[in-house]
Design a protein around this ligand. Structure first.
Ligand code: UN1
Length: 496
């Protein structure tokens, strides 16, 4: 089916605008090259306009009672639920994840917006005793101001919503700058909030090069906080630039997530987990299983079964139900994955299956790469660097201690997984694995919105998003003392 190309503009101050004389860029379906959408290549002026619009809208939005903000979010969730299938198709066409995962992306958005809507009736602070008489101490949550959301293409509706819905319920106004290659997904997110009745200027949307817009937004003196999900190198630049303005910069970066399979594991279950974790979304999740650490006693058997299953994965048009894996998201991704496949072979890893671009009439117009498995030693580049594609490195471990040592000896620490039937061992792993997220008897992917998401080491800078942490990300704490004693009471001095 040929679907038509859509033209979208910038959304600033509650209006869709195409500023005069701006160049445009296109997004393309990575499965077949069709043009999906056309967008404005925004400039520094556009970034600045968006920040100003967000500023103008901030005060009234901050003063809007949080339950009223929540009601708008609930409407947004409802609108998105009604158009789940249509938006899921946009996700799949623009980014290439299989349609079941496209639906999952949108569902994750709906779930999170609903969850944050409820937060409108909580946004809880704390109440603690005073050391003095007739004095009350409490904290309130206040919005930060104008916040910037810079989002990646791999979860092109879910990650924007993690940031936008949390920022909005807390009373911030937002400038949203999505990854360019999923700009139509991003515009579809903006539509939902606009139609839900979000006041003009509370959410603004700019598209274009990160090197232009991202820099302008992060460096803008009117911006108080930046929430960024993407690669480590860009994350570092965002952090440094934000630091110059003493801004809160929240970073969600890469991963090199291990699945450990112990000798007592339920092997068929661990196998399903590895396949989904490594090749779901063509391996393009920060939480993807990119290392499979096998206990030496089950190594040969497990690798044999894995290989057989990987070779049977159906790779094809991600809009077709029944396909296991679609293309990678872009030519750049394809190049990077091919480079790592070559690196693996140069550094002496044994290619078990895959390793090449897929060819043939079903594949030639898209960026299809074969699901790939390497056997390698810990320490090789493919065993330590984030690839963000369908390449799984299989590593051998002598036992639990060795497996944990290998798992932890990388620069990242987002997700991790262990398959074992030994409950004691499982809890030790929960303690021992250096990662923000540990799964027991489940793959490294599959975060749920009501729990914090984030990682340690180079995966971020200590923050978490989603779950209870989402509100912390986007609020300032106001500490309040109310003295009703009608006299000067001195803390630390009178308090005896
Ligand atoms: C990401 O990998 O970039 O854990 C986000 C998951 C997702 C979120 C992942 N729901 O699989």
């Amino acid at each position: 089916m040929v679907e038509s190309m859509v033209t979208r503009d910038l959304f600033i101050g509650g209006k869709w605008v195409e500023p005069l004389g701006r160049a445009r860029f296109e997004t393309r379906n990575p499965a077949n090259g069709e043009v999906v959408g056309s967008f404005v290549a925004g400039t520094i002026e556009d970034a600045s306009e968006a920040v100003h619009a967000a500023h103008r809208a901030f005060k009234a939005w901050k003063e809007t009672p949080p339950p009223t903000r929540g009601a708008i979010l609930l409407r947004a969730a409802e609108i998105l639920r009604k158009r789940k299938e249509a938006v899921a198709r946009i996700v799949t066409r623009e980014m290439g994840k299989i349609i079941a995962e496209g639906r999952g992306d949108v569902q994750e958005s709906i779930d999170f917006i609903e969850y944050m809507a409820g937060e409108g009736r909580r946004l809880a602070g704390e109440t603690v005793p005073s050391e003095l008489r007739s004095k009350f101490c409490l904290t309130l949550r206040q919005p930060k101001g104008v916040v910037v959301a810079i989002t990646p293409w791999n979860f092109p509706t879910a990650i924007p919503n993690w940031k936008i819905a949390a920022a909005l319920i807390a009373g911030n106004s937002v400038v949203f700058k999505p990854a360019s290659n999923t700009a139509l997904c991003a515009a579809s997110v903006v539509d939902v909030y606009e139609e839900a009745g979000l006041p003009a200027g509370v959410l603004n949307f700019v598209t274009g090069a990160g090197s232009v817009l991202g820099n302008a937004l992060v460096g803008h003196p009117g911006v108080r906080a930046v929430s960024f999900t993407g690669g480590v190198e860009t994350g570092r630049e965002v952090y440094v630039r934000g630091a110059q303005g003493l801004k809160m910069v929240h970073l969600e970066l890469g991963g090199k997530n291990p699945e450990i399979v112990m000798d007592d594991a339920d092997l068929p279950l661990a196998l399903e987990g590895a396949l989904f974790g490594a090749f779901g979304t063509s391996g393009q999740r920060c939480t993807a299983t990119s290392r499979l650490i096998l206990h030496t006693k089950i190594y040969d058997e497990f690798l044999g079964r894995l290989t057989e299953r990987v070779q049977r994965l159906k790779v094809g048009d991600p809009l077709d139900e029944g396909i296991d894996m679609g293309p990678v998201a872009s030519r750049d991704q394809e190049r990077k994955v091919a480079e790592y496949a070559a690196i693996g072979q140069q550094e002496g890893a044994k290619l078990v299956t895959g390793g090449t671009k897929l060819t043939g009439s079903a594949y030639d117009r898209g960026f299809f790469f074969a699901p790939t498995v390497f056997e390698t030693r810990h320490g090789t580049r493919i065993s330590k660097e984030e690839i963000f594609g369908p390449i799984l490195s299989v590593l051998r471990a002598d036992g639990y201690e060795d497996a944990v040592r290998i798992a932890n000896d990388v620069d990242y620490g987002l997700s991790s997984s262990i398959y074992t039937r030994d409950v004691g061992r499982a809890f030790h792993a929960v303690d021992d694995l250096e990662a923000g997220i540990t799964y027991v008897n489940a793959p490294t992917i599959g975060a749920e919105v009501q729990l914090p998401f984030g990682g340690v080491k180079n995966t971020g800078n200590g923050g978490r998003e989603a779950g209870s942490a989402a509100i912390e990300e986007f609020t300032e704490i106001k500490t309040v003392f109310i003295d009703v004693s009608n006299r000067l009471q001195k803390a630390q001095i009178d308090a005896r």
